[in-house]
Design a protein around this ligand. Sequence first.
Ligand code: ZN
Length: 69
Amino acid sequence: MDIPPLRKDGLPIPVYWYNKEYAQAATAKLIALFRAHASVRTVLFNDTGIPLVTPFKNHDHHFHLELST
Ligand SMILES: [Zn+2]
């Protein structure tokens, strides 16, 4: 499942984790919420400033949840 990171301006357009419009704290909270769900195994995302994410090619503008079935 692919989920876009949050933007500071709330506009519905893509943002990369290294853009100034990227809202890191809010995105970290969102990822933590997903992580609290037992079926989330791995979060692939290239902003390694967020705890417990795994960098992965082409994951600069979305984070990716790997779910156990
Ligand atoms: Zn992905």
